[in-house]
Design a protein around this ligand. Sequence first.
Ligand SMILES: O=C(O)CCC(=O)C(=O)O
Ligand SMILES: [Fe+2]
Length: 318
Amino acid sequence: MGPADWKRTELTDMKSATWNAQTLGASTDSWTIAVPDGDLRNVDVDTISDLLYDGPGVVLMTGVSVLSEGAAAASLVALGERVGTPMTQTLAGDLITRVEARELHVPGTIQRGHRSNAELAFHCDRTDLIALLCVREAQQGGDSLLVSSRALFDVLADEDPAALGELQGSFPQDRRDEEGSGEAPWFSAPIFWTWQDRVYCRYIRKFIESSQRHEDAPRLTPEQTRALDVFDALLQRPELVYTMRLAPGDLQIIENHTVLHSRTAFTDTPGAGGRLLMRLWLSHDRSPELPEAYRPIYGTCAAGAVRGAMSARTVPAR
Ligand SMILES: O=C(O)CCC(=O)C(=O)O
Ligand SMILES: [Fe+2]
């Protein structure tokens, strides 16, 4: 089997993540690649980059061999090295993070979401591309939700331009005690921005709210809080949110500046291996320029830079 056997058809009207749930759902074939022989070495990486940067901003590969966790992790990193630059996700330099329920979820406490079985609200990671390879699925739940930032922007422009204007302004964001010495524990940056006629978005509401624990951070205004509520209400609209369940052997790659993602809560089968995704973060030379305001967490905002993850401060690239 070769590239010609892929399920992918031509992209039509999904340029630059302009899709909503219906258009993405109606043309699943156009962003799904059946991986020949389950071997990621058979995947053409230019097709993946085109889908991520000129298409819907999301690509799904199916049938990836995950029989051996070690081999699956190695083949994921190897694909990442062909697509872009794998980035370290921990101070220890790990390239792969296991997303699984390792800790009991304690409501109201600060926990890393990827270690629990709790629902994750819509958010962005700290990287250019996110690759999630499903090794095992949950007994119940654990759906993946996707939304296009362009679709959110367009609906807001239509329905609530005042809220959109607020969201293009500066919001204080918590650095969650990850700042270097001498750096501020918060920074201010916009939620929406445009670059070369495209719309980009970075949103993690809980970090905006927890910025308020720092006395010198600007207070959120009533207009800003209203705009955040309007934005969150859009993230509940079924016509905007595409929902899917990753099955074992499914590999999803998301362009993190144009597509927001979330996950529903899940239950694992008692006694069996629980839901497990392997997460890889990548930089890519086609990534967009980011607002300078994001330098504290991305390290560099230039288009196509190697950045994000834990690279900004401490960990040298491999
Ligand atoms: O569990 C999932 O489906 C997604 C997890 C996630 O968003 C993350 O690890 O950043
Ligand atoms: Fe995430």
